[in-house]
Design a protein around this ligand. Structure first.
Ligand code: ADP
Ligand code: SF4
Length: 697
């Protein structure tokens, strides 16, 4: 199909200093948990973005010097010439697919605890490092020589990046990552010399870094400046009015302005807390301050909104991190008039959690993310079928939908059956919970694709028994039948069931999602799962008129959501709603109308009376169909059945991202003979240097 002419404007070339991007789709720098450890995997991931049509594809932040080492996070490094081949591989891979390659030079200054290098961190003032782990490390106030050193490291790194083949290089002053931002914001910059005080003084280091970079590589490379427009801290932090003054002051120096919010949590807000385009009000007006192109982000997935941003003069280039992760082929799909094929980001920040846990990034919507090189998965293409096998997928949750869709793409005949009328499994229900409606895109995208494939038959309201499954005459069966929430208190804290009175009003998330509500006004939610469900149910019940106390053995409510950068937002929302939060405590027994809440440190128990209880604990995989089929393995041959597999939550309850991934894996591996001795996936093994050496007399 041809592209809709109303999107033509998105495909106009834009000049950025000495280089020109072929269109307005700009993949801004984003972390990915691969970095220097998984460089070829990273190069492949970026190349796929370029293949998907992005005009510019950037690296994540690239540390320019060991004194700006952001470990344990795994980013790229450009510390010396030995890093150049690895970086060149990325630049070459991106350019080979027709995009400009951008590299974000970065010295983290006060953000780097230097846990790996053990160098003393540097910053505008002597202050503890800004680290999510509260590392007991302080940055040293930089003297003039330190500033001269920093400028030289930046310049040397720019020259190396140019040699590696990059087209756009960054001077980074955003998100309290790009060290120059610590100089910009009065919170961190208490200097009294020419690098502190007035706005011009605080902007001096950034100005010098831009000038140095232009001077070193500006003949052939564009120099971009990434800046945070607002820290959302009011007058305390860097705020819009002040940043606009900075941009006006430096306006024509860089070849491109790249706008963000700060910190990263504000920049990459989730759909639970912000709508698409949440940065527009901060982007509006910036273009008036400079003639240079401006790029900005905001979880932008709608092509109409992209056009609006360009036409209304807010942005010149549509910046994207998460939407390009969820669907690296957005530009191609718009270009080919396939808007309905776009796999929209759901704004869950599972990708961010990959970086925060120092593993290759994963994405709920795009299971191939991080697996492009490692397992050879592509976001759009899958190996054609190697047999005429007919496959039955039981269950239409995230795992079943993904398995059926990808098997369908391979060309197999597929039957997808679910006992429910509304397809989507857990997501059919969870998408109705407060703040989670965008998560329904996982279902909508896959159903939209499945409905277009004549080789997939879809059956709703089909509760399949073992007999039914054997009678369908399929070659392979994938059971994607999900899991149920436990009602006995077992999770992390209690490994054995707790005492629950037979007449207790104790509900599980399944009960609540099925429409049940606590009988009493007061409710104790016991959250020993630590992800979103406890907080979301607290929100639901308090809005339904209940008085809610959330009890968790963890030190934070929704503790794991520190990895999605939402924990503090959840805590703020619950407190504002009047939810009482009790951390470091466990529910140890549930009475007819009470809950025992115990402090594990002191052993003291407080009895909460006149309350219902909601247990958000572990889940149990639904294995009965699998067990029955296994018992009847002798019948398989008669029915022509070759394999029965369990996937998704039915195999092991986990995240939605894990279930989608499991469905993809099934579709990839279903008919591939397994070699038990073969490695599970490719990995990059460090080349050994000479050694071992140590000094001895
Ligand atoms: P996952 O996250 O692994 O995809 P879900 O819990 O989201 O799992 O989805 C499981 C789906 O399986 C639900 O929609 C449920 O209705 C369906 N299901 C469970 N048992 C059967 C069965 N015997 N026949 C058909 N569908 C089933
Ligand atoms: Fe979007 Fe979630 Fe994928 Fe991140 S993990 S790109 S937020 S869908």
């Amino acid at each position: 199909m041809a592209r809709d002419p109303r999107y033509d404007i998105l495909f106009e070339p834009v000049r950025i200093g000495p280089v020109t991007t072929k269109n307005r789709f700009y993949q801004v720098p984003h972390c990915n948990g691969m970095g220097y450890r998984d460089a070829t995997a990273l190069a492949t991931m970026r190349a796929i973005k370029a293949e998907g049509g992005w005009g510019v594809v950037c690296t994540e932040q690239v540390e320019i010097h060991p004194s700006g080492d952001i470990s344990p996070f795994i980013e790229l490094r450009i510390w010396d010439d030995s890093d150049v081949p690895m970086l060149a591989r990325i630049a070459e891979a991106v350019k080979a697919k027709g995009a400009l390659a951008g590299l974000q030079l970065c010295h983290n200054l006060t953000n780097a605890a230097n846990l790996y290098s053990r160098e003393i961190p540097l910053g505008p003032a002597e202050l503890p490092v800004y680290s999510p782990f509260n590392d007991p490390v302080q940055a040293r106030a930089m003297d003039k020589q330190d500033i001269r050193n920093l400028r030289k490291w930046h310049r040397d790194a720019a020259l190396r990046a140019k040699r590696a083949g990059f087209n756009i290089l960054y001077a980074y002053a955003g998100k309290l990552f790009g060290g120059a931002m610590f100089f910009l914001t009065r919170r961190y910059n208490t200097r009294t010399d020419e690098y502190g005080g007035s706005l011009e003084n605080r902007a001096r280091l950034l100005k010098e870094l831009i000038e140095d970079t232009k001077d070193a590589v500006g003949d052939t490379c564009a120099v971009a400046c990434r800046i945070s427009v607002d820290e959302l801290l009011g007058e305390e932090g860097l705020h819009a009015a002040e940043t606009q003054d900075i941009i006006a002051y430096l306006g024509e120096l860089p070849d491109l302005w790249d706008l963000t919010l700060s910190g990263w949590d504000n920049d990459s807000q989730t759909s639970r807390f912000a709508e698409e385009g949440y940065q527009e009000k901060f982007q509006t007006g910036i273009k008036k301050l400079t003639s240079k192109p401006v790029v900005g982000v905001g979880r932008i997935t709608s092509p109409d909104y992209m056009v609006k941003l360009i036409r209304s003069g807010v942005l010149d280039l549509i910046g994207s991190a998460r939407p390009s992760i969820a669907d690296p082929f957005i530009p191609k799909k718009i270009e080919e008039g396939r808007i309905e094929d776009i796999r929209e980001c759901i704004g869950c920040n599972m990708c961010v959690a990959g970086d925060h846990t120092q593993v290759p990034m994963r994405c709920t919507q795009n299971p191939s993310m991080g697996e492009e090189w490692r397992r050879g998965w592509h976001p759009e293409i899958i190996r054609p079928k190697q047999s005429s096998a007919k496959v039955l997928v039981v269950g239409s949750g995230p795992a079943g939908l993904e398995a059926a869709m990808m098997l369908g793409r391979r060309g197999h005949e597929v039957i997808l059956a679910d006992k429910a009328r509304e397809l989507g499994g857990r997501l059919a229900k969870e998408r109705k919970l407060p703040g989670l409606s965008a998560w329904g895109r996982v279902v909508d995208y896959r159903l939209g694709q499945i409905e277009k494939m004549p080789n997939i038959e879809l059956y709703r309201e089909s509760d399949l028994s073992t007999e039914d499954i054997l009678g369908l005459g399929c070659d392979h069966v994938a059971l994607a039948v999900g899991a149920t929430w436990r009602r006995d208190g077992v999770a992390r804290f209690h490994l054995k069931p707790i005492a629950i009175a037979p007449d207790a009003d104790a509900l599980t998330p399944d009960d609540i999602m099925a429409g049940a509500r606590p009988k009493r006004r007061k409710v104790v939610i016991y959250d020993d799962e630590h992800y979103y469900m406890g907080g979301v149910l607290a929100e639901l019940l308090v809005k339904g008129g209940h008085e809610v106390t959330l009890v968790t053995p963890a030190g934070h409510v929704s503790d794991w959501m520190r990895n999605t950068m939402e924990q503090h937002f959840v805590q703020g929302r619950l407190l504002n709603l009047g939810v009482k939060l009790i951390t470091h405590h466990a529910v140890t027994a549930v009475g007819a109308d009470s809950a025992d809440v115990t402090c594990p440190f002191t052993g003291k128990t407080e009895v909460f009376g006149d309350c219902s209880t909601v247990l958000v604990t572990a889940r149990q995989s639904s294995r009965s169909l699998f067990d029955d089929l296994n018992v009847r393995e002798a019948d398989w041959a008669d029915q022509g059945l070759k394999s029965v597999s369990v996937i998704g939550d039915a195999l092991s309850p986990g995240t939605i991202a894990a279930a989608v991934w499991s469905g993809r894996r099934y579709a990839e591996e279903m008919d591939v003979p397994k070699d038990p001795d073969a490695p599970l996936f490719r990995r990059e093994v460090t080349r050994l240097s000479a050694g071992p050496f140590y000094w001895s007399s």
